[in-house]
Design a protein around this ligand. Structure first.
Ligand code: B12
Length: 178
């Protein structure tokens, strides 16, 4: 998208993302500043090639969910932010919407890891092969992400969001070729 077609909201929110990514903006300041910009300028533009991402968490640990939802919205996804205390069954039900191209799950506590164990194969059994899976949070190392069957993994939130976007676009291209 050429700069001239970038909305004021796009410019402001990408500016905030650069500051967060550069480590010059604490997490909660970043999330709140983007929310304020959205109120003031409206949402930033969405890329129809990306579709919708479902972003979930467990119980009361919502910061990882909110961080990922904020960044995924800026990089062009429509975002479904799943309510606290939502079961994994219900989260997967939300992913059956054909618009949904990716699922990001925030795990904060080790005792929530059993809920994402073998999640990729569970999704495939439900016919959700097309949905890109990313799980993150402090208990999720690269090897834990591999055990879960994550399609993309990164130690940073911005890294994960960019990897999810790349993989969704790559699969989109593949689908178009077939
Ligand atoms: C904030 C917090 C709370 C807040 C939550 C507020 C909120 N709205 O989220 C409150 C006070 C409510 C809370 C409550 C509890 N908490 Co608490 N909490 C924390 C704390 C301090 C920070 C977690 C956090 O939000 N981090 C910020 C996020 C963004 O970081 P992150 O997920 O790690 O993500 C980073 C990377 O993973 C990366 N990333 C890369 N790829 C991806 C992909 C995705 C999808 C995501 C999300 C991220 C990501 O991006 C991020 C930044 O780079 C942690 C300690 C810690 N430092 O982790 C304890 C912690 C998670 N809590 C803990 C516990 C035990 C509890 C309680 C049970 C305490 C109690 N007895 O009441 C309750 C449970 C409440 C409930 N029912 O859920 C324990 C869990 C222990 C364990 N076994 O794992 C911890 C580890 C503290 C501790 N050391 O004991 N908690």
């Amino acid at each position: 998208m050429t700069d001239s077609r970038l909305s004021e909201a796009d410019v402001r929110m990408n500016g905030l993302l650069d500051r967060y990514e550069g480590g010059r903006y604490p997490l909660m300041y970043f999330i709140r500043a983007v929310a304020r910009a959205k109120e003031e300028l409206g949402d930033c533009s969405k890329d129809p090639e990306l579709g919708r991402v479902v972003v979930a968490c467990f119980a009361m640990h919502t910061e990882g969910r909110d961080l990922m939802s904020t960044i995924l919205g800026i990089v062009g996804f429509e975002v479904t932010v799943v309510e606290r205390y939502t079961s994994m069954d219900r989260i997967l039900e939300l992913c059956s919407d054909p618009e949904v191209t990716a699922l990001c799950v925030s795990v904060q506590a080790t005792y929530d890891l059993p809920q994402v164990k073998g999640l990729r194969s569970r999704m495939d059994d439900l016919g959700l092969e097309r949905v890109v899976l990313n799980v993150g949070g402090s208990p999720v190392s690269e090897s834990v992400a591999r055990d879960i069957g994550c399609d993309v993994y990164s130690p940073t939130a911005t890294g994960s969001c960019r990897a999810v976007k790349e993989e969704v676009l790559r699969r989109g291209v593949l689908r178009a070729c077939n």
